[in-house]
Design a protein around this ligand. Structure first.
Ligand code: KIV
Length: 266
């Protein structure tokens, strides 16, 4: 299958083909999702809470992300690989944002970077795209600003909310973003934003009318205890892993593993 390139996303929007994105954090997962035809692999800063056991995304650093992004980039033959820039690595201004984006791309082989915010980070987005690095936006619920937003709250509600989000989305589009993630945005607002933009929207908890969808893969595969209501478990991988480990423990303790066929004689 041909490699997914930046121009394909607008073409997919124009012909009404849904764009698929899943998070990935390691080589085997990236290989499996790439082979399954997922268009974009996102090494999100959800790495922090989903894989590294942090309470939030805020403590994560570029140095911590690099080995994970590198592994995903190695595992992706077809998919377009996007890496988040973590909290603290772009907010200060365009210079820091470009330095962080270049650092991430150079050290990992990621194709694009994503970071959170609208008009407040538009100068950074312009600088990053001017430096030749594709940029994906992220609006709605933005986990890096969870404290300022007052917790995990659904976005887009109330008078004027759509206008604020539209101004932010247009600023990102104008600055060169090739797509925008909309997280936990009420469906009618996500639908209107999608219609108003030339670039695709990729929703997570934003209803069915965005140009594409993204999920954290552990939620989609049924790993872990947290099951957000906007996600769906397409498999019970967590249960399968527990069953495999329990079977292994039982057979080793019971002396039935390794059997003769697992054993080298002479
Ligand atoms: O970090 C992440 O996984 C994300 C997705 C939730 C879009 O930003």
């Amino acid at each position: 299958m041909a490699k997914v390139r930046i121009h394909h996303f607008r073409e997919m929007k124009q012909r009404g083909e849904k764009i698929t994105m899943l998070t990935a954090y390691d080589f085997p997962t990236a290989r499996a999702f790439d082979a399954a035809g997922v268009d974009l692999l996102l090494v999100g800063d959800s790495l922090a809470d989903n894989i590294l056991g942090y309470d939030s995304t805020q403590p994560l650093t570029i140095d911590e992300m690099v080995p994970f992004v590198r592994a995903v980039a190695r595992g992706a033959d077809r998919a377009f690989v996007v890496a988040d820039l973590p909290f603290g690595s772009y907010e200060q201004g365009p210079e820091l944002a470009v330095a962080s984006a270049v650092d991430m791309v150079k050290r990992t082989g990621a194709t694009a970077v994503k970071f959170e915010g609208g008009r407040r980070i538009a100068r950074q987005v312009k600088a990053v795209t001017d430096a030749g690095i594709p940029f994906m936006g992220h609006l709605g619920f933005t986990p890096q600003s969870e404290n300022a937003l007052g917790g995990r709250r659904i976005q887009g509600r109330g008078d004027g909310a759509y206008d604020v989000m539209l101004a932010d989305a247009l600023a990102l589009q104008e600055a060169g973003a090739f797509a925008i993630v909309l997280e936990m945005v009420i469906a009618p607002v996500a639908e209107k934003l999608t219609a108003a933009l030339d670039i695709p929207t990729i929703g997570i908890g934003a209803g069915p009318h965005t140009d594409g969808q993204v999920l954290v893969w552990l939620d989609a595969a049924g790993v872990g205890d947290w099951h957000p209501s906007f996600s769906k478990q397409f498999a019970q991988v967590g249960q399968a892993m527990s069953d495999a480990a329990a079977g292994y423990v039982a057979e080793v303790k019971g002396g039935t593993f390794p059997a003769p066929e697992h054993t080298f004689d002479e």
